[in-house]
Design a protein around this ligand. Structure first.
Ligand code: ASP
Length: 297
C-alpha cells in the first residue's frame, strides 16, 4: 500500500511552506487511514483530494485562483486503475468539491462533463453545492483585483508572486488496485473557459493496475501536448520504478518543450515517486514501511 499527494508545482513563498506541508501531510494521512482500514485506492485518493480541496492553502476547491473575469472555474479528474473508468468535470463554479463530482462520474458511461451540465449532474447526485462566490477566498480575490488593474496576462507556473497549488493524489491499496485523482482552479487570470491538463485523462492524471498511476501539476498546456500522466504509467509498465518514471517525465517535459511542472507517481510494487523542474512542489506520502507522512517541497 502507498499514497502520495502533491500540493502544486511552482514557486512557493517561504512563509507558506509550513502550512502547505501540514495540509499535504494531513491529506496523505486521511488517504492512508482508508487504505489501512481495507478501503480502496479510489476512496483513499478521493479522501486525500477532498482534504486538499477544502484547504485554502491550495489552488483547488475553496481558495482556487480566478479567471480573467474574476470567477473560480474548477476542474477535477479521477481514474480507477482496475476498471480504467475515468470521471472528470471541468469549468464548474457551484460544486463545493469537484473531485466528488469526478467520483460520481465513474459510475456513468461519460468520462468528462463541463460547466452547467456538470453542475446539474453534481446536484442530482446530492453533492454539496454552493454559490460561485462562496468558492472565492478573500486573498485570492485581492490578488485578482491587483492583476486586473495591471491588465495582467494569465500568470505562469514560474511566477513567484502567484498562488500555485493544484492538488493530486495517487494510491495503491491492499488488493493492489491503483487510482489517481487531480483537482485545480487552473492558472490565475486564465481565459474564461480555458481547461488545462487536470481533468484530462492521460494528460493530468492516469492509473492502470499492474503498472502504476500519475498525477501532474504545472503549465497544463505542456502536459496535454506531451500526455505526461499516461507516459509515466507507460514507463512503469516497462519496468521503471515510480521514481524513475517521474524523473523521465520531467526530463521529457524540460527537454522536449521547455515546460514547467512536476508529477507524483506510484507503482504496482507500492513505491512512490515525485519530480519537478520548478522551484518547489509540496508533497507528502505514506508507505507500508513508513506510515507517518513524509513531506517536503
Ligand atoms: N495544471 C494546472 C492547469 O494548467 C495548473 C497547475 O498545476 O498549477 O490548469
Amino acid at each position: 500500500m502507498a499514497i502520495i499527494v502533491h500540493g502544486g508545482a511552482g514557486s512557493i513563498q517561504e512563509a507558506r511552506i509550513p502550512a502547505a506541508r501540514l495540509g499535504a501531510e494531513q491529506a496523505a494521512k486521511a488517504g492512508w487511514n482508508i487504505l489501512v482500514n481495507g478501503g480502496t485506492a479510489v476512496d483513499a485518493a478521493v479522501a486525500a483530494a477532498v482534504a486538499l480541496e477544502d484547504n485554502a492553502q491550495f489552488n483547488a476547491g475553496y481558495g482556487a485562483v480566478l479567471t480573467e473575469d474574476g470567477k473560480a472555474e474548477l476542474d477535477a479528474g479521477l481514474m480507477d486503475g482496475e476498471t480504467l473508468n475515468v470521471g472528470a468535470v471541468a469549468g464548474v463554479r457551484r460544486v463545493k468539491n469537484p473531485i466528488l463530482a469526478a467520483k460520481a462520474m465513474l459510475a456513468v458511461p461519460q468520462t468528462l462533463i463541463i460547466g452547467s451540465g456538470a453542475e446539474d449532474f453534481a446536484q442530482q447526485r446530492g453533492l454539496t453545492m454552493c454559490e460561485p462566490e462562496a468558492m472565492i477566498e478573500p486573498c485570492v480575490y485581492r490578488r485578482w483585483q491587483e492583476l486586473k488593474q495591471k491588465n495582467s496576462e494569465p500568470t505562469r507556473i514560474t511566477d513567484p508572486d502567484e498562488k500555485h497549488g493544484t492538488i493530486g493524489a495517487v494510491a495503491v491499496d491492499a488488493s493492489n488496485h491503483i487510482a489517481s485523482a487531480a483537482s485545480t482552479g487552473g492558472v490565475m487570470m486564465k481565459v474564461p473557459g480555458r481547461v488545462g491538463d487536470t481533468p484530462l485523462a492521460g494528460a493530468g492524471f492516469y492509473a492502470e493496475d499492474g503498472s502504476g498511476a500519475a498525477a501532474c501539476t504545472g503549465q497544463g498546456e505542456y502536459f496535454i501536448r506531451l500526455v505526461i500522466a499516461r507516459r509515466a504509467v507507460e514507463f512503469m509498465s516497462h519496468g521503471y520504478t515510480a521514481q524513475e518514471a517521474a524523473d523521465a517525465c520531467v526530463k521529457l517535459l524540460t527537454e522536449r518543450l521547455g515546460g514547467d511542472g512536476g508529477l507524483i507517481t506510484v507503482d504496482a510494487a507500492g513505491t512512490v515517486g515525485f519530480a519537478r523542474n520548478t522551484q518547489s512542489m509540496i508533497y507528502a506520502y505514506c508507505l507500508t514501511s513508513q506510515t507517518d507522512p513524509v513531506s517536503g517541497w
